[in-house]
Design a protein around this ligand. Structure first.
Ligand code: FAD
Length: 401
């Protein structure tokens, strides 16, 4: 009997298990995850989770869904090693699970800086539900929060903490926040609104040291000699892909498990999906590793089709969202290599979109509080249509046509 083992019960792994069955896979499906929680929605952890009364209710699918789809759950079980030739997965309790196909959906983990003082209590990262519970439990005694890193998670946490009445300082090393992901005009808008919301936002500053007393963090200081009080320091400086399992098994790895357009790794019958994957992007013509729910779930659906005999090369439009205070930021496509842009709408209204072009071609759209623009952008990019500047100026109705 065939057996597909999926390693990692995040957005990608959970979707892959269910999609495999929906696509008609008739073998056994086993989902192995080192987290004890049923697979859950990760995005709320930095958004609504801290503000809701019990903070639970985030499961992606109830236990019954896995049961009905005959998906065997192995939660709290860490995969330790892959025996590629023997087609076996060795897990932490020593069991050896045979597979016909293996899907790696191991995601990424929070990057930790190498700095003096990292051992103090009160220094946290946010990747898992366990992390979020710990942060939540500590919050009542926290007055000053320092957030290191102005990426999406750092910015969301800053707004969430302001919403809880904390005093918040955010330290970003680059000259602007969200620099890797959005246009400068969007960064500037986010910075201005975040400062108005009360966040002490500091750019072009390097965290240099963490100071503690009695084993607890009390402050951080920057390379230019400034010092900021802190009862909690949230490290939001990016994520590193969990590729150790693949690398130790001899699979090709380059900032992610390297896969072909059908998400096959360099080893036969081993696939990889989601945050842990480096793949040739159809739009960019270069390798990327993306960190988004869209990427993980679309990869999962794709691998399910491949494993059941279907599937064309993966070619979905990348998209993403982030909620920060009164800003819903959405991106469609990838702006890497874009050389011109058009802004539609006004920053003053806190509702505008930025259309990115590479040469003549539309490659990405960033939207702030313009969900209709975002939805249309996904369709335009999917169909490979570039609207004219006049169409963009006329707005969503015209673009829809
Ligand atoms: P993950 O969801 O990370 O799942 C990987 C799983 O594999 C984990 O449970 C991990 O513990 C497990 N695992 C790893 N190694 C092993 C092993 N050896 N054995 C067993 N299990 C293992 N994306 C958006 O699109 N929009 C957002 O607003 C957004 N907000 C986010 C907010 C936060 C706080 C975080 C942390 C992420 C956010 N993301 C957001 C990103 C999104 O959550 C990820 O891109 C997505 O979860 C990736 O799915 P994945 O299945 O690849 O990996």
């Amino acid at each position: 009997v065939e057996r597909c083992i999926i390693v990692g019960g995040g957005h990608g792994g959970s979707q892959a298990a269910v999609s495999l069955r929906q696509e008609g896979y008739s073998g056994e499906i086993v989902l192995v995850s080192d987290e004890k929680d049923l697979p859950y929605h990760r995005p709320p952890l930095s958004k609504s989770y801290l503000k809701t009364p019990d903070g639970e209710g985030l499961v992606l699918r109830t236990e019954a869904v896995y049961r009905d789809n005959a998906v065997e759950l192995e939660l709290g079980v860490r995969a330790e090693r892959i025996d590629v030739d023997g087609k076996r997965l060795i897990v932490a309790d020593g069991r050896e699970l045979g597979f016909t196909d293996l899907v790696l959906a191991t995601g990424a983990r929070a990057r930790m800086p190498q700095l003096p003082g990292m051992e103090f209590d009160g220094i946290v990262t946010l990747r898992t539900m366990e992390d979020a519970r710990r942060i939540r439990a500590a919050m009542p005694l926290v007055e000053n929060v320092v957030i290191v890193g102005g990426g999406f998670i750092g910015m969301e946490m800053a707004h969430s903490c302001i919403g809880l009445g904390k005093s918040v300082t955010l330290i970003e090393a680059a000259p602007r926040v969200l620099a890797r992901s959005v246009a400068p005009v969007v960064s500037a808008h986010v910075e201005e609104r975040s400062r108005s919301a009360g966040i002490d936002l500091i750019t072009s500053a390097q965290l240099a040291a963490i100071h503690g007393e009695g084993g607890k963090v009390v402050a951080v200081s920057t390379a230019d000699g400034r010092r900021f009080d802190a009862d909690m320091v949230v490290m939001g400086i990016g994520a590193v892909p969990n590729v150790e399992l693949a690398a130790e098994a001899g699979l090709e790895v380059a900032n992610g498990v390297v896969v072909d357009p059908n998400l096959r790794s360099s080893a036969p019958n081993i696939y990889a999906i989601g945050d842990c994957v480096s793949f040739d992007h159809h739009q960019l013509g270069e390798r990327v590793r993306l960190e988004s729910v869209q990427n993980a779930t679309d990869h999962a659906r794709h691998v399910a089709r491949v494993l059941t005999g279907g599937g064309r090369p993966y070619a979905e439009v990348a998209w993403f969202w982030s909620d920060q205070g009164d800003m819903k930021i959405q991106t469609a496509g990838l702006a890497t290599g874009a050389d011109s842009l058009i802004v539609s709408g006004a920053c003053e209204d806190n509702a505008f979109s930025v259309y990115h072009f590479r040469g003549e071609k539309l490659v990405a759209v960033d939207s702030i509080n313009r969900p209709a623009d975002h939805m249309i952008a996904r369709r335009l990019l999917g169909a490979g249509i570039t609207p004219s500047a006049a169409d963009i100026a006329e707005g969503a109705q015209r673009l829809k046509q």
